[in-house]
Write a protein that binds this ligand. Structure first.
Ligand SMILES: O=C1CCCN[C@@H]1CCCn1cnc2cc(F)c(F)cc2c1=O
Ligand SMILES: [Mg+2]
Length: 488
């Protein structure tokens, strides 16, 4: 099918589904909430994985792979960590025709699979710091509207799990990993994120505190948790008996962290940069950065010299590390090819026709803003490199400006409700009391299927507090500026 039918601003949900399918990132699958990740998606995922792996080596985090399955008793081990999630757990109950002795769960996350072994492996302070991570899939049988990459019943992620002798070391690592996640979003996916701390109500129940990077989708006015980095304190250590003997012979619980980001990151990138022509990929993660297309208007046009120019252009770019390919298919017109590669979000298109060959130049078209420029072959690589860097920066700057334009500072309940109905990312003074947060959720639930307002995070970067600022919801003295809004 040629070209997109849905418009991003008019019908965002349909636009998004069409963009990921026509962009050849996703193929829909027969099990609800499950999708086939196509090469364009996996190549983006692998660029992020390579970066993350290289930083895991720097942080001395070791790669493992733990089993997909966990027994019922092991999963139930830590009550308050699981209780709210029970409906999401998928179970294997049979093999062939016969029932299993007892059901086995498919991992929704791996704490209960890993931590009994941490208890076995960690004995002495010499075994610390202990740092492990794995790339794997997890299954959570969610029921709210499935969305490719954003909310699926199976997704790919990395999960990290570490143990330290002191809280200070754990606190430090929580922020080191959060910075890695910020870099993945801002430096690779060109998506602006806000670093902050989750509220007591929104944090990981089994942990001590949760930090996160939060993104925002202007079209829907919804926040989205982009990655999380938890300090678990010593609760899991207590539950699973993960103790170490210090150099004076006394035994104490380790301090633990756990952190993760998933293929949701690809969906956030698509939602942020995509347009009515389809995907727009940031050059740093684009599987294909330049597509070269021969343009000839008459059969007898010296196709041979055009072909030669195209091939040498691809070769020159490839040799300088630029991901370039030639689309010389004869069963599609140049116009069809332009639309096809625009849908796939390829950052640059190079057109080469008889005039270009004659003038020893190429015509370069940018995917992000449609700008066309004629470039002499002599400085092709430099120009293309500058253009690709320019696209990366432009995508990040534009997305940041759009996100900033959605932020609204409010001081009263009425302003809060107005901002919420205006699809804003709300920055509000809050007394930081959980029951007030619960109350806001209840008072804003009535907005139909849109969902209630919740806290997204309390940003580390706190604005000034004018004397006597009151909480917008309770009227009590405000303690923090927090981001509120609807979310995915
Ligand atoms: O968020 C992370 C980072 C990577 C490691 N795990 C932590 C906490 C995950 C929180 N969480 C999130 N979702 C869950 C869904 C379930 F069905 C379930 F049984 C448990 C959980 C669950 O513990
Ligand atoms: Mg969940």
């Amino acid at each position: 099918k040629l070209g997109m039918t849905y418009k991003k601003d008019a019908s965002f949900g349909d636009w998004y589904s069409e963009a990921v399918v026509h962009g050849e990132m996703i193929e829909y699958y027969g099990v609800s909430g499950c999708y086939i990740l196509m090469p364009s998606a996996m190549r983006v995922w692998n660029v992020l994985k390579d970066f993350f792996d290289s930083d895991m080596k720097k942080l001395k985090v070791n790669p493992y792979y733990f089993p997909l399955f966990v027994t019922e008793s092991a999963l139930q081990k830590e009550k308050d960590h699981i209780e709210g999630f029970a409906p999401e757990v998928a179970w294997v109950t049979k093999s062939g025709q016969s029932d299993l002795e007892s059901p086995i769960a498919i991992r929704p996350t791996s704490e209960t699979i890993m931590y009994p072994y941490f208890s076995k492996w960690i004995r002495s302070y010499r075994d610390l710091p202990f740092r492990c991570y794995q790339w794997c899939n997890v299954v959570r049988w969610e029921f709210s509207d499935p969305t490719p990459f954003i909310r699926s019943r199976e997704f790919l992620w990395q999960e990290g799990h570490s143990a330290f002798a002191t809280k200070e070391e754990a606190d430090e690592e929580v922020l080191q990993v959060l910075e890695l996640y910020r870099r993945i979003y801002e430096e690779f996916l060109a998506v602006p994120v806000i670093k902050g701390r989750k509220s007591e109500m929104e944090k990981f129940a089994g942990g001590l505190y949760t930090t996160s990077v939060e993104a925002f989708i202007p079209n829907t006015g919804r926040g989205i948790q982009a990655a999380t980095s938890h300090c678990l304190g010593q609760k899991f250590a207590d539950m699973f008996g993960i103790k170490f003997e210090d150099d004076k012979g006394s035994r104490s619980n380790v301090w633990q962290n756990s952190w993760g980001y998933s293929t949701r990151s690809i969906g956030v990138m698509v939602m942020t940069h995509g347009d009515d022509k389809g995907l727009v990929l940031p050059p740093r993660v684009a599987p294909l950065q330049v597509i070269v297309i021969p343009v000839s208007y008459s059969k007898d046009a010296d196709m041979a010299s055009i072909k030669g120019a195209c091939e040498s252009t691809v070769c020159t770019l490839s040799q300088s590390g630029i991901r370039a390919e030639l689309d010389d298919r004869t069963n599609h017109s140049p116009g069809w090819k332009y639309s096809h590669w625009e849908m796939k979000g390829v950052p640059l298109r190079i057109e080469i026709g008889p005039k270009d060959v004659a003038n020893k130049q190429v015509r370069i078209v940018r995917r992000d803003n449609g700008a066309k420029v004629d470039v002499p072959l002599t400085n092709l690589v430099d120009e293309v490199t500058v253009l690709l860097d320019g696209i990366q920066e432009n995508l990040f700057r534009t997305a940041t400006e759009r996100r900033e334009a959605c932020i609204q500072v409010i001081h009263t309940w009425d302003e809060f409700i107005a901002a919420l109905n205006n699809k804003r990312l709300i920055l509000a003074p809050w007394c930081d009391e959980e029951k007030v947060e619960k109350d806001v959720k209840v008072r804003t639930r009535g907005e139909g299927e849109l969902g209630a307002a919740k806290t997204l995070c309390t940003p580390f970067d706190q604005p000034e507090f004018p004397q006597g600022t009151m909480c917008f919801a309770s009227g009590k003295p405000a303690k923090t500026w927090s981001f509120w809004g609807r979310s995915y």
